[in-house]
Ligand binder design. Structure first.
Ligand SMILES: [Zn+2]
Ligand SMILES: [Zn+2]
Length: 344
């Protein structure tokens, strides 16, 4: 099969790679689309590059079942599916509490095993057994279903913030995940403030429903947000970016009793300082989320399928596998919303 194969830091090649086969309990998928996530780009550029190379990245996979291994009874060749990319045990302390992303035995697509930037991808039995292979309704196009994975991470983020109707949600960063937060917070009935340094992104945030769009490069967003919230701050502040300094500067925009969620993954080695007195007396919930549970993933496939969440407009760029390097460049320059690799 053809695949985008990572050989080292910044070294990715489109080449032939062994086509996977389905062992007992496994499924092999013919990839139809695979979303390009910031994580893929960070990994390719060396942050958390796996030890075992070469490998294939891509964890936002949808496709058609090409082969089922012995013992797989609930699926058939030709089924159209979306995939929860984390292989979890389902039995450890965390899995039992529905917190699959913290599974003690987890691995996953592009994270221990080959991912979806390839014509075929093998789904291990852990993903199959946990219900991570989700069949799609006939009228749900791959182009929408491919957003289920990133959207479910956003869903988990908003759940962690206990977002309620009419609460104010401040979203720092209007990259692809920030924009998905805007869409989902609006769906949850919240008032949404989007903050970003790029006006073009803020314009997109506006079209996706943001009530206020602020560029700290041109306004004092902290003063503005104080005005908008009558000096109280937002019930939920979500850092959909991984810049420690930005996190630190914006902590104070959290309303008393509210939640600040660190959603974007910061690079290693940088610290922030937090006033423990503020956490204590203002009863602030400072937390982090990075993925979701299989249950939340399945719920998100449903939300997209029913049209409750309109994912229209989130995919800005489509690439064939041969043009993967163009996709990497565009992602690095932050000049697209969501890019996807499309397979024939
Ligand atoms: Zn992702
Ligand atoms: Zn587990």
């Amino acid at each position: 099969m053809k695949a985008a194969v990572v050989h080292g830091k910044g070294d990715i090649r489109i080449e032939e790679y062994g086509t996977p086969a389905a062992d007992e309990g496994e499924i092999v998928l013919r990839t139809k689309m695979c979303g390009i996530c910031a994580t893929d780009i960070k990994t390719l550029l060396g942050q958390g590059l796996p030890k075992d190379l070469p490998t294939i990245l891509g964890h936002e996979v949808v496709g058609e079942i090409a082969e089922t291994g012995k013992g797989v009874t609930d699926y058939a060749v030709g089924d159209r599916v979306a995939v929860y990319p984390i292989a979890v045990c389902g039995e450890c302390y965390f899995c039992k509490r529905g917190r699959n992303s913290l599974c003690e035995h987890e691995f996953g697509l592009a994270h221990g095993i080959e991912g979806g930037f390839a014509e075929f991808v093998r789904l291990p039995k852990q993903i199959v057994n946990i219900g991570g292979v989700v069949k799609l309704a006939d009228d749900l196009p791959f182009e929408k279903a491919v957003l289920a994975e990133p959207l479910s991470c956003v869903y988990a983020s908003l759940k962690a913030c206990n977002v309620e109707p009419e609460s104010t949600v401040l979203i720092l960063g209007a990259g692809p995940m920030g924009l998905m937060h805007v869409k989902m917070a609006k769906w949850a009935g919240a008032r949404v403030i989007s903050v970003d340094l790029l006006d073009s992104r803020l314009e997109t945030a506006k079209t996706m429903g943001a009530d206020f769009c602020l560029n700290p490069g041109s306004v004092n967003h902290i003063d503005e947000i104080r005005k908008i919230t009558e000096g109280k701050g937002a019930e939920a502040v979500i850092a959909s970016l991984g810049v420690p300094q930005v996190i630190e500067e914006n902590l104070k925009l959290t309303r008393n009793g509210g939640t600040f969620n660190i959603f974007g993954g910061p690079a290693a080695g940088q610290m922030i300082s937090v006033d423990p007195r503020w956490l204590h007396y203002c009863e602030i919930n400072l937390t982090g989320t990075f993925a979701c549970s299989v249950k939340q993933f399945r719920e998100c496939v449903g939300l997209i399928g029913s049209g409750a969440i309109d994912v229209e407009g989130l995919i800005s760029d489509r690439f064939e596998l041969d043009r993967f390097l163009d996709a990497v460049e565009k992602a690095k320059n932050q000049s697209m919303i969501r890019g996807v690799v499309v397979f024939g």
